[in-house]
Design a protein around this ligand. Structure first.
Ligand code: CO
Length: 509
Protein backbone atom coordinates (compact mmCIF):
# COMPACT_ATOMS: atom_id res chain seq x y z
CA UNK A 1 0.00 0.00 0.00
CA UNK A 2 2.81 2.40 0.84
CA UNK A 3 4.29 1.84 -2.61
CA UNK A 4 1.09 3.11 -4.24
CA UNK A 5 1.07 6.10 -1.88
CA UNK A 6 4.69 6.78 -2.72
CA UNK A 7 3.99 6.74 -6.45
CA UNK A 8 1.07 9.08 -5.94
CA UNK A 9 3.23 11.39 -3.82
CA UNK A 10 5.90 11.55 -6.52
CA UNK A 11 3.28 12.49 -9.12
CA UNK A 12 1.97 15.28 -6.90
CA UNK A 13 5.53 16.49 -6.26
CA UNK A 14 6.13 16.65 -9.98
CA UNK A 15 3.09 18.93 -10.38
CA UNK A 16 4.46 21.15 -7.60
CA UNK A 17 7.79 21.29 -9.40
CA UNK A 18 6.15 22.31 -12.68
CA UNK A 19 4.43 25.13 -10.82
CA UNK A 20 7.71 26.15 -9.17
CA UNK A 21 9.54 26.12 -12.49
CA UNK A 22 6.85 28.35 -13.97
CA UNK A 23 6.89 30.75 -11.02
CA UNK A 24 10.70 31.04 -11.24
CA UNK A 25 10.55 31.55 -14.98
CA UNK A 26 8.01 34.37 -14.56
CA UNK A 27 10.16 35.89 -11.82
CA UNK A 28 13.15 35.89 -14.15
CA UNK A 29 11.15 37.50 -16.94
CA UNK A 30 9.84 40.13 -14.52
CA UNK A 31 13.36 41.35 -13.81
CA UNK A 32 14.88 40.92 -17.25
CA UNK A 33 12.30 41.54 -19.98
CA UNK A 34 8.90 42.56 -18.63
CA UNK A 35 7.66 46.01 -19.70
CA UNK A 36 6.80 48.32 -16.78
CA UNK A 37 3.04 48.24 -17.33
CA UNK A 38 3.13 44.44 -17.14
CA UNK A 39 3.74 44.48 -13.40
CA UNK A 40 0.09 44.50 -12.25
CA UNK A 41 -1.02 41.45 -14.24
CA UNK A 42 2.24 39.70 -13.39
CA UNK A 43 1.63 40.26 -9.66
CA UNK A 44 -1.88 38.79 -10.01
CA UNK A 45 -0.66 35.78 -12.01
CA UNK A 46 2.08 35.21 -9.49
CA UNK A 47 -0.30 35.40 -6.52
CA UNK A 48 -2.64 32.91 -8.23
CA UNK A 49 0.14 30.41 -8.97
CA UNK A 50 1.53 30.78 -5.44
CA UNK A 51 -1.87 30.01 -3.88
CA UNK A 52 -2.30 27.05 -6.24
CA UNK A 53 1.10 25.80 -5.12
CA UNK A 54 0.14 26.23 -1.47
CA UNK A 55 -3.12 24.32 -1.99
CA UNK A 56 -1.36 21.47 -3.81
CA UNK A 57 1.17 21.28 -1.02
CA UNK A 58 -1.61 20.85 1.54
CA UNK A 59 -3.24 18.22 -0.73
CA UNK A 60 -0.21 15.98 -0.22
CA UNK A 61 -1.77 14.75 3.01
CA UNK A 62 -5.25 14.07 1.65
CA UNK A 63 -6.52 10.90 3.31
CA UNK A 64 -3.49 11.10 5.64
CA UNK A 65 -1.35 9.79 2.77
CA UNK A 66 1.74 11.70 3.90
CA UNK A 67 1.19 10.76 7.56
CA UNK A 68 1.19 7.08 6.59
CA UNK A 69 4.42 7.45 4.65
CA UNK A 70 6.04 9.29 7.54
CA UNK A 71 5.02 6.53 9.95
CA UNK A 72 6.58 3.97 7.68
CA UNK A 73 9.76 6.07 7.38
CA UNK A 74 9.92 6.48 11.15
CA UNK A 75 9.91 2.70 11.60
CA UNK A 76 12.81 2.35 9.10
CA UNK A 77 10.56 0.82 6.49
CA UNK A 78 12.16 2.64 3.55
CA UNK A 79 15.58 2.83 1.94
CA UNK A 80 17.74 5.89 2.74
CA UNK A 81 16.69 7.81 -0.34
CA UNK A 82 12.96 7.40 0.25
CA UNK A 83 13.39 8.19 3.94
CA UNK A 84 15.13 11.45 3.00
CA UNK A 85 12.42 12.26 0.48
CA UNK A 86 9.61 11.74 2.99
CA UNK A 87 11.51 13.72 5.65
CA UNK A 88 12.02 16.74 3.37
CA UNK A 89 8.49 16.72 1.96
CA UNK A 90 7.16 16.41 5.51
CA UNK A 91 9.17 19.44 6.58
CA UNK A 92 7.74 21.59 3.80
CA UNK A 93 4.22 20.32 4.39
CA UNK A 94 4.41 21.03 8.13
CA UNK A 95 5.49 24.61 7.59
CA UNK A 96 2.63 25.20 5.16
CA UNK A 97 0.07 23.38 7.27
CA UNK A 98 0.88 25.16 10.53
CA UNK A 99 0.10 28.59 9.09
CA UNK A 100 -3.61 29.48 8.98
CA UNK A 101 -4.84 30.82 5.62
CA UNK A 102 -5.85 34.11 7.30
CA UNK A 103 -2.31 34.54 8.58
CA UNK A 104 -0.73 33.83 5.18
CA UNK A 105 -3.00 36.43 3.61
CA UNK A 106 -2.24 39.03 6.31
CA UNK A 107 1.50 38.52 5.88
CA UNK A 108 1.28 38.75 2.08
CA UNK A 109 -0.62 42.05 2.38
CA UNK A 110 1.69 43.48 5.03
CA UNK A 111 4.82 42.67 3.04
CA UNK A 112 3.37 43.92 -0.23
CA UNK A 113 2.52 47.26 1.44
CA UNK A 114 5.76 47.14 3.39
CA UNK A 115 7.83 46.77 0.25
CA UNK A 116 6.20 49.81 -1.40
CA UNK A 117 6.54 51.86 1.79
CA UNK A 118 10.19 50.87 2.08
CA UNK A 119 10.97 51.87 -1.51
CA UNK A 120 9.51 55.34 -0.91
CA UNK A 121 11.08 55.69 2.56
CA UNK A 122 14.50 54.78 1.23
CA UNK A 123 14.25 57.25 -1.62
CA UNK A 124 13.15 60.01 0.76
CA UNK A 125 15.46 58.97 3.61
CA UNK A 126 12.46 58.79 5.93
CA UNK A 127 12.50 55.88 8.35
CA UNK A 128 9.52 57.22 10.33
CA UNK A 129 7.19 56.71 7.37
CA UNK A 130 8.29 53.06 7.10
CA UNK A 131 8.28 52.36 10.84
CA UNK A 132 4.57 51.38 11.25
CA UNK A 133 4.81 48.97 8.28
CA UNK A 134 7.95 47.39 9.66
CA UNK A 135 6.38 47.10 13.12
CA UNK A 136 3.47 45.26 11.55
CA UNK A 137 5.83 42.90 9.69
CA UNK A 138 7.91 42.09 12.76
CA UNK A 139 4.69 41.57 14.71
CA UNK A 140 3.42 39.09 12.11
CA UNK A 141 6.78 37.30 11.99
CA UNK A 142 6.58 36.82 15.77
CA UNK A 143 3.12 35.34 15.23
CA UNK A 144 4.53 33.15 12.49
CA UNK A 145 7.13 31.81 14.92
CA UNK A 146 4.35 31.05 17.40
CA UNK A 147 2.38 29.14 14.75
CA UNK A 148 5.44 27.17 13.70
CA UNK A 149 6.62 26.49 17.24
CA UNK A 150 10.11 26.62 18.76
CA UNK A 151 11.89 25.52 21.88
CA UNK A 152 14.33 28.34 22.69
CA UNK A 153 13.93 31.44 20.57
CA UNK A 154 11.18 32.52 18.17
CA UNK A 155 14.05 33.47 15.85
CA UNK A 156 14.84 29.75 15.42
CA UNK A 157 11.41 29.12 13.88
CA UNK A 158 12.04 31.85 11.28
CA UNK A 159 15.61 30.75 10.59
CA UNK A 160 14.32 27.24 9.91
CA UNK A 161 12.78 28.41 6.63
CA UNK A 162 16.19 29.34 5.23
CA UNK A 163 18.71 27.27 7.18
CA UNK A 164 16.97 24.19 8.59
CA UNK A 165 18.41 22.53 11.70
CA UNK A 166 20.32 25.65 12.67
CA UNK A 167 19.68 27.82 15.75
CA UNK A 168 20.31 31.43 16.72
CA UNK A 169 22.48 30.16 19.56
CA UNK A 170 24.78 28.23 17.19
CA UNK A 171 25.04 31.19 14.86
CA UNK A 172 25.77 33.50 17.75
CA UNK A 173 28.74 31.38 18.81
CA UNK A 174 30.23 31.47 15.30
CA UNK A 175 29.57 35.20 14.98
CA UNK A 176 31.20 36.01 18.33
CA UNK A 177 34.35 34.20 17.13
CA UNK A 178 34.26 36.19 13.90
CA UNK A 179 33.82 39.52 15.69
CA UNK A 180 36.67 38.78 18.07
CA UNK A 181 38.87 38.13 15.06
CA UNK A 182 37.65 40.65 12.48
CA UNK A 183 37.31 43.85 14.52
CA UNK A 184 40.96 43.96 15.67
CA UNK A 185 42.14 42.78 12.23
CA UNK A 186 40.29 45.63 10.60
CA UNK A 187 41.96 48.11 12.94
CA UNK A 188 45.34 46.63 12.10
CA UNK A 189 44.62 46.92 8.37
CA UNK A 190 43.63 50.54 8.81
CA UNK A 191 46.96 51.25 10.52
CA UNK A 192 48.91 49.50 7.74
CA UNK A 193 51.27 51.64 5.67
CA UNK A 194 50.21 49.86 2.49
CA UNK A 195 48.01 52.15 0.49
CA UNK A 196 45.88 50.92 -2.36
CA UNK A 197 44.48 53.41 -4.86
CA UNK A 198 41.37 52.07 -6.64
CA UNK A 199 41.47 55.05 -9.02
CA UNK A 200 44.28 53.26 -10.85
CA UNK A 201 41.67 50.79 -12.09
CA UNK A 202 39.63 53.31 -14.01
CA UNK A 203 38.66 54.12 -17.55
CA UNK A 204 35.74 53.34 -19.80
CA UNK A 205 34.87 49.68 -20.04
CA UNK A 206 32.33 49.48 -22.83
CA UNK A 207 29.34 47.25 -22.13
CA UNK A 208 29.80 45.37 -25.42
CA UNK A 209 33.29 44.32 -24.47
CA UNK A 210 32.29 43.47 -20.90
CA UNK A 211 29.45 41.34 -22.23
CA UNK A 212 31.73 39.33 -24.46
CA UNK A 213 34.31 38.94 -21.71
CA UNK A 214 31.77 37.83 -19.10
CA UNK A 215 30.24 35.30 -21.48
CA UNK A 216 33.64 33.69 -22.03
CA UNK A 217 34.43 33.85 -18.31
CA UNK A 218 31.21 32.02 -17.37
CA UNK A 219 31.90 29.33 -19.96
CA UNK A 220 35.48 28.82 -18.80
CA UNK A 221 34.26 28.26 -15.22
CA UNK A 222 31.97 25.51 -16.49
CA UNK A 223 28.64 27.29 -17.04
CA UNK A 224 26.73 25.33 -19.70
CA UNK A 225 24.96 27.61 -22.19
CA UNK A 226 22.95 24.70 -23.54
CA UNK A 227 21.39 24.53 -20.08
CA UNK A 228 21.33 28.20 -19.15
CA UNK A 229 21.40 31.86 -20.10
CA UNK A 230 23.35 34.91 -18.98
CA UNK A 231 21.39 38.17 -19.14
CA UNK A 232 21.44 41.59 -17.53
CA UNK A 233 19.44 43.01 -14.59
CA UNK A 234 19.99 45.80 -12.03
CA UNK A 235 20.26 43.24 -9.17
CA UNK A 236 22.10 40.11 -10.32
CA UNK A 237 20.35 36.85 -9.44
CA UNK A 238 19.96 33.20 -10.39
CA UNK A 239 16.60 31.79 -11.51
CA UNK A 240 16.56 28.01 -11.25
CA UNK A 241 14.00 26.36 -13.50
CA UNK A 242 15.53 22.93 -14.00
CA UNK A 243 19.11 21.66 -14.10
CA UNK A 244 18.75 21.99 -17.89
CA UNK A 245 17.53 25.60 -17.68
CA UNK A 246 19.34 27.90 -15.26
CA UNK A 247 19.09 31.66 -15.86
CA UNK A 248 21.62 34.04 -14.37
CA UNK A 249 22.05 37.79 -14.66
CA UNK A 250 24.84 40.25 -14.12
CA UNK A 251 25.10 44.05 -14.19
CA UNK A 252 27.37 46.29 -16.21
CA UNK A 253 28.88 49.62 -15.20
CA UNK A 254 31.03 51.32 -17.83
CA UNK A 255 33.11 53.07 -15.18
CA UNK A 256 33.71 50.04 -12.98
CA UNK A 257 34.68 46.66 -14.41
CA UNK A 258 34.54 45.01 -10.97
CA UNK A 259 30.73 44.93 -10.74
CA UNK A 260 30.16 42.67 -13.71
CA UNK A 261 33.20 40.47 -13.10
CA UNK A 262 32.38 39.53 -9.54
CA UNK A 263 28.60 39.45 -10.03
CA UNK A 264 29.09 37.06 -12.93
CA UNK A 265 31.45 34.78 -11.02
CA UNK A 266 29.09 34.81 -8.02
CA UNK A 267 26.00 33.91 -10.02
CA UNK A 268 27.91 31.31 -12.03
CA UNK A 269 28.74 29.66 -8.69
CA UNK A 270 25.02 29.46 -7.88
CA UNK A 271 24.28 28.22 -11.41
CA UNK A 272 26.91 25.46 -11.34
CA UNK A 273 25.16 24.07 -8.26
CA UNK A 274 21.78 24.15 -10.04
CA UNK A 275 23.19 22.65 -13.24
CA UNK A 276 24.86 19.91 -11.19
CA UNK A 277 21.66 18.64 -9.55
CA UNK A 278 20.66 15.09 -10.50
CA UNK A 279 18.07 15.62 -13.25
CA UNK A 280 16.67 12.12 -12.75
CA UNK A 281 15.54 13.26 -9.29
CA UNK A 282 13.69 16.31 -10.64
CA UNK A 283 10.39 16.75 -8.88
CA UNK A 284 11.67 15.43 -5.56
CA UNK A 285 13.71 17.11 -2.79
CA UNK A 286 16.64 14.95 -3.88
CA UNK A 287 16.74 17.01 -7.07
CA UNK A 288 16.60 20.33 -5.19
CA UNK A 289 19.35 22.50 -3.75
CA UNK A 290 19.94 22.50 0.01
CA UNK A 291 19.84 25.33 2.54
CA UNK A 292 20.40 28.96 1.55
CA UNK A 293 23.74 28.94 3.36
CA UNK A 294 24.89 25.97 1.31
CA UNK A 295 23.70 27.63 -1.90
CA UNK A 296 25.55 30.81 -1.02
CA UNK A 297 28.68 28.78 -0.25
CA UNK A 298 28.75 27.66 -3.89
CA UNK A 299 28.73 31.23 -5.17
CA UNK A 300 31.17 32.53 -2.54
CA UNK A 301 33.65 29.71 -3.18
CA UNK A 302 34.01 30.74 -6.82
CA UNK A 303 33.78 34.48 -6.17
CA UNK A 304 36.18 34.78 -3.23
CA UNK A 305 38.89 32.14 -2.65
CA UNK A 306 38.96 31.40 -6.41
CA UNK A 307 37.83 34.59 -8.15
CA UNK A 308 39.59 37.10 -5.91
CA UNK A 309 42.72 34.99 -5.70
CA UNK A 310 46.09 35.63 -7.36
CA UNK A 311 46.33 32.30 -9.26
CA UNK A 312 42.98 32.94 -10.95
CA UNK A 313 44.11 36.35 -12.18
CA UNK A 314 47.50 35.06 -13.25
CA UNK A 315 45.45 33.09 -15.73
CA UNK A 316 42.79 35.66 -16.61
CA UNK A 317 44.43 39.07 -16.29
CA UNK A 318 46.30 39.00 -19.63
CA UNK A 319 42.97 38.26 -21.31
CA UNK A 320 41.28 41.11 -19.42
CA UNK A 321 44.08 43.47 -20.46
CA UNK A 322 43.61 42.41 -24.06
CA UNK A 323 39.88 43.12 -23.85
CA UNK A 324 40.46 46.60 -22.35
CA UNK A 325 43.93 47.66 -23.51
CA UNK A 326 43.43 51.40 -23.04
CA UNK A 327 42.47 51.10 -19.38
CA UNK A 328 44.63 48.17 -18.30
CA UNK A 329 47.79 48.05 -20.39
CA UNK A 330 49.81 50.07 -17.88
CA UNK A 331 48.36 48.45 -14.76
CA UNK A 332 50.42 45.55 -13.42
CA UNK A 333 48.72 42.40 -12.15
CA UNK A 334 50.02 42.98 -8.62
CA UNK A 335 48.25 46.36 -8.43
CA UNK A 336 45.07 44.97 -9.98
CA UNK A 337 45.07 42.17 -7.40
CA UNK A 338 45.48 44.66 -4.54
CA UNK A 339 42.66 46.85 -5.83
CA UNK A 340 40.15 44.00 -6.13
CA UNK A 341 40.99 43.03 -2.54
CA UNK A 342 41.15 46.47 -0.96
CA UNK A 343 39.69 46.51 2.54
CA UNK A 344 37.74 49.60 3.43
CA UNK A 345 34.91 49.91 5.94
CA UNK A 346 31.91 51.25 4.07
CA UNK A 347 28.23 51.86 4.64
CA UNK A 348 26.73 49.55 2.02
CA UNK A 349 26.70 45.78 2.54
CA UNK A 350 26.58 44.83 -1.15
CA UNK A 351 29.72 46.85 -1.85
CA UNK A 352 31.70 45.50 1.11
CA UNK A 353 35.02 43.64 0.85
CA UNK A 354 35.70 40.14 2.19
CA UNK A 355 36.84 41.34 5.63
CA UNK A 356 34.05 43.77 6.44
CA UNK A 357 31.20 41.93 4.67
CA UNK A 358 30.62 39.47 7.48
CA UNK A 359 30.48 42.32 10.05
CA UNK A 360 27.62 43.87 8.04
CA UNK A 361 25.77 40.56 8.35
CA UNK A 362 26.47 40.11 12.07
CA UNK A 363 25.03 43.57 12.73
CA UNK A 364 21.80 42.69 10.89
CA UNK A 365 21.49 39.33 12.59
CA UNK A 366 21.90 40.84 16.05
CA UNK A 367 19.36 43.57 15.37
CA UNK A 368 16.63 41.42 13.80
CA UNK A 369 17.04 38.77 16.46
CA UNK A 370 16.73 41.39 19.22
CA UNK A 371 13.52 42.77 17.67
CA UNK A 372 12.01 39.29 17.26
CA UNK A 373 12.95 38.35 20.82
CA UNK A 374 11.56 41.64 22.13
CA UNK A 375 14.69 43.24 23.56
CA UNK A 376 14.73 46.01 20.92
CA UNK A 377 11.88 47.94 19.29
CA UNK A 378 11.57 48.80 15.61
CA UNK A 379 11.69 52.47 16.58
CA UNK A 380 15.12 51.93 18.15
CA UNK A 381 16.58 50.25 15.04
CA UNK A 382 18.17 53.32 13.39
CA UNK A 383 20.08 54.30 16.54
CA UNK A 384 21.11 50.71 17.26
CA UNK A 385 22.29 50.41 13.65
CA UNK A 386 24.50 53.49 13.94
CA UNK A 387 25.90 52.38 17.26
CA UNK A 388 26.93 48.95 15.88
CA UNK A 389 28.36 50.43 12.66
CA UNK A 390 30.58 52.59 14.79
CA UNK A 391 31.54 49.73 17.11
CA UNK A 392 32.24 47.10 14.39
CA UNK A 393 33.37 49.12 11.38
CA UNK A 394 34.43 52.38 12.99
CA UNK A 395 32.29 54.56 10.75
CA UNK A 396 29.45 57.02 11.21
CA UNK A 397 26.13 56.53 9.47
CA UNK A 398 25.16 59.88 7.90
CA UNK A 399 21.59 58.87 7.01
CA UNK A 400 19.08 56.03 7.36
CA UNK A 401 19.12 55.75 3.56
CA UNK A 402 22.72 54.57 3.85
CA UNK A 403 21.95 52.68 7.04
CA UNK A 404 18.89 50.82 8.23
CA UNK A 405 16.91 51.49 5.02
CA UNK A 406 19.46 50.10 2.55
CA UNK A 407 18.31 46.46 2.31
CA UNK A 408 15.02 45.21 0.89
CA UNK A 409 14.88 42.05 3.07
CA UNK A 410 12.92 43.14 6.15
CA UNK A 411 10.27 44.88 4.04
CA UNK A 412 9.52 41.57 2.31
CA UNK A 413 9.34 39.66 5.59
CA UNK A 414 12.68 37.90 5.03
CA UNK A 415 13.74 37.85 8.68
CA UNK A 416 16.23 35.12 9.55
CA UNK A 417 17.65 35.29 6.03
CA UNK A 418 20.72 37.51 6.59
CA UNK A 419 22.81 35.04 8.61
CA UNK A 420 22.78 32.61 5.66
CA UNK A 421 25.04 35.04 3.76
CA UNK A 422 27.71 34.80 6.46
CA UNK A 423 27.24 31.05 6.91
CA UNK A 424 27.76 30.77 3.14
CA UNK A 425 31.16 32.44 3.56
CA UNK A 426 32.15 30.02 6.34
CA UNK A 427 30.93 26.91 4.48
CA UNK A 428 32.67 28.13 1.30
CA UNK A 429 36.08 28.31 2.96
CA UNK A 430 35.53 25.04 4.76
CA UNK A 431 34.76 23.36 1.43
CA UNK A 432 37.52 25.15 -0.46
CA UNK A 433 40.19 24.07 2.06
CA UNK A 434 38.89 20.49 1.87
CA UNK A 435 39.09 20.64 -1.94
CA UNK A 436 42.68 21.90 -1.66
CA UNK A 437 43.52 18.89 0.50
CA UNK A 438 41.86 16.47 -1.97
CA UNK A 439 43.12 17.93 -5.25
CA UNK A 440 46.92 18.03 -5.42
CA UNK A 441 48.15 21.11 -7.30
CA UNK A 442 44.79 22.91 -7.20
CA UNK A 443 46.43 26.35 -7.03
CA UNK A 444 48.54 25.66 -10.13
CA UNK A 445 45.45 24.38 -11.93
CA UNK A 446 43.62 27.62 -11.22
CA UNK A 447 46.57 29.62 -12.54
CA UNK A 448 46.27 27.67 -15.81
CA UNK A 449 42.50 28.17 -16.01
CA UNK A 450 41.76 24.51 -15.28
CA UNK A 451 38.56 24.70 -13.24
CA UNK A 452 37.10 21.31 -14.07
CA UNK A 453 38.75 19.34 -11.22
CA UNK A 454 37.39 21.77 -8.60
CA UNK A 455 33.94 21.71 -10.17
CA UNK A 456 34.00 17.93 -10.28
CA UNK A 457 34.93 17.81 -6.59
CA UNK A 458 32.01 20.11 -5.72
CA UNK A 459 29.66 18.07 -7.88
CA UNK A 460 30.48 14.96 -5.89
CA UNK A 461 30.75 16.57 -2.47
CA UNK A 462 27.67 18.79 -2.69
CA UNK A 463 25.68 18.99 -5.93
CA UNK A 464 24.68 15.37 -6.55
CA UNK A 465 23.11 15.01 -3.11
CA UNK A 466 20.27 17.47 -3.54
CA UNK A 467 18.53 17.44 -0.15
CA UNK A 468 19.36 13.85 0.62
CA UNK A 469 21.53 15.03 3.50
CA UNK A 470 21.30 18.11 5.71
CA UNK A 471 23.82 20.93 5.25
CA UNK A 472 25.62 19.86 8.42
CA UNK A 473 25.87 16.27 7.14
CA UNK A 474 27.18 17.40 3.76
CA UNK A 475 29.84 19.54 5.44
CA UNK A 476 30.79 16.76 7.82
CA UNK A 477 31.18 14.27 4.96
CA UNK A 478 33.07 16.67 2.72
CA UNK A 479 35.23 18.51 5.25
CA UNK A 480 35.33 16.26 8.31
CA UNK A 481 33.76 18.80 10.62
CA UNK A 482 30.65 20.70 11.64
CA UNK A 483 30.13 24.32 10.52
CA UNK A 484 33.11 26.25 11.80
CA UNK A 485 34.72 29.68 11.54
CA UNK A 486 38.25 28.27 11.56
CA UNK A 487 38.96 27.91 7.82
CA UNK A 488 37.50 31.32 7.06
CA UNK A 489 39.63 32.93 9.78
CA UNK A 490 42.77 31.18 8.51
CA UNK A 491 42.07 32.22 4.93
CA UNK A 492 41.46 35.87 5.81
CA UNK A 493 44.52 35.99 8.07
CA UNK A 494 46.85 34.52 5.48
CA UNK A 495 45.57 36.60 2.57
CA UNK A 496 45.35 40.00 4.25
CA UNK A 497 48.52 39.64 6.31
CA UNK A 498 50.30 39.42 2.97
CA UNK A 499 48.40 42.13 1.13
CA UNK A 500 48.70 44.62 4.01
CA UNK A 501 52.13 43.40 5.17
CA UNK A 502 50.83 43.06 8.70
CA UNK A 503 53.75 40.90 9.82
CA UNK A 504 56.40 43.21 8.45
CA UNK A 505 55.44 46.51 10.00
CA UNK A 506 59.00 47.78 10.16
CA UNK A 507 60.21 46.66 6.73
CA UNK A 508 58.56 49.44 4.76
CA UNK A 509 59.43 52.35 7.08
CO1 CO B 1 24.37 34.71 -3.71
Amino acid sequence: MEQALLLQLKEQLLELSYLNATINMLGWDEQVYMPSRGSAIRAQSHAYLASLHHQKLLDLNTGQALDKLRERAASNGFDDETTALVREVGREYDRAQKLPASFVKALAEATSQGYSAWAVARKQNDFTSFQPYLEKIFDLKRQQADHLGYSESPYDALLDEYEPDCTAKEIDILFQQLKTFLIPLLQEIRRSKVTIDPALLSGIFTVDHQLAFNRRLAASLGFDYDAGRLDESPHPFTAPIHSDDVRITTRYDEQNIQYSLFSTIHEVGHALYEQGLPSDRFGTPLGQTGSLGLHESQSILWEKPVGRGLPFWQYLYPELQQAFPESLQGLPLSTFYQIINKVEPSLIRTEADEVTYVLHIILRFELERAVIEGSLTVKELPAAWSQKMSEYLGIDVPSDQLGVLQDVHWSTGAIGYFPTYALGNLYALQLYKAAERSIPGLTEMLSRGEFQPLLQWLREAVHVHGRRFSTKEILLQATGKAPSSQDFIEYITEKYTTIYQLDSKTSDV
